[in-house]
Design a binder for this molecule. Structure first.
Ligand code: NAD
Ligand code: ZN
Length: 232
């Protein structure tokens, strides 16, 4: 492990599960009791903005009740100590990586703690609710939406992510089901440039057989162990 210099880490909802944040596809196929199509698409927001805002308001408020777990903290240690290139790409919209010390971090699917004005286009750090349609701090319009990349929308920072993947020699995917593209394709991009690829997941995922190496178990145990190996 220690011979690698340029690392890309991809994380998904599974890394936050042990912090008490629900993953996306539970056994019942629902996310916190909602069908994905009802809360995580632009069409859903156009149809029923109050429902969608209330859903994300609840997720945002929940962040105050959860804390980073051993996996987030281990990636924070890696970020602080790793002398080579590192990019942590998360599909998560929670703030647990930041609170775990990660700095070289990209939120490709947006952030709960950001609001995006659809009138003037500016983004604002946002802690409170949006369902009462508060005015945009920049332009005053009451058209703030969650700064979340919904299904059918373009993920953020794809140019930076593809650049890092195109140069990496180690790609690590943690707690992601491999069902949401383009993230599910990152393992192929990394393999094409000859990177070693490792998957950490509680169970086998849809992409498991594309990785050189698989480690099965909870992220809170597997990630600290992997970080120890890398920093040894
Ligand atoms: P997913 O819910 O589809 O898959 C979660 C994966 O994590 C599964 O493969 C599961 O086996 C694994 N897992 C569950 N518990 C684990 C543990 N303790 N340790 C290791 N692995 C564990 O998640 P996804 O692949 O990230 O895709 C879901 C989409 O939903 C993302 O686009 C994301 O934006 C969004 N989402 C984000 C959050 C969050 O911010 N925390 C939560 C739910 C959904
Ligand atoms: Zn505005």
């Amino acid at each position: 492990m220690g011979s690698h210099r340029r690392i890309v880490v991809l994380t998904g909802a599974g890394i936050s599960a042990e912090s008490g944040v629900a993953t996306f596809r539970g056994p019942d196929g629902l996310w916190e009791g909602h069908r994905v199509e009802d809360v995580a698409t632009p069409e859903a927001f156009a149809r029923n903005p109050a429902l969608v805002q209330a859903f994300y308001d609840a997720r945002r408020a929940r962040l105050a009740e959860v804390a980073p777990n051993a996996a987030h903290l281990a990636l924070g240690r890696l970020d602080a100590a790793w002398p080579g290139e590192l990019l942590i790409v998360t599909q998560n919209v929670d703030d647990l990586h930041e609170r775990g010390g990660a700095r070289r971090l990209l939120h490709m699917h947006g952030e709960l703690k950001s609001a995006w004005c659809t009138a003037c286009g500016t983004r604002h750090r946002w802690e409170g609710p949006l369902r009462h349609n508060p005015p945009c701090p920049a332009c005053g319009a009451q058209r703030l939406r969650p700064d979340i990349v919904w299904f059918g929308e373009m993920p953020y920072a794809m140019d930076r992510i593809l650049h890092a993947l195109g140069q990496c020699d180690l790609f690590i995917a943690i707690g992601t089901s491999g069902q949401v593209y383009p993230a599910a394709g990152f393992v192929e991009t990394a393999r094409e440039v000859g990177a070693h690829t490792v998957e950490l997941n509680l169970d086998r995922s849809a992409m498991s057989n594309r990785f050189h190496e698989r480690r099965l178990g909870p992220a809170g145990t597997l990630v600290p162990a992997l970080v120890e190996e890398l920093l040894a």
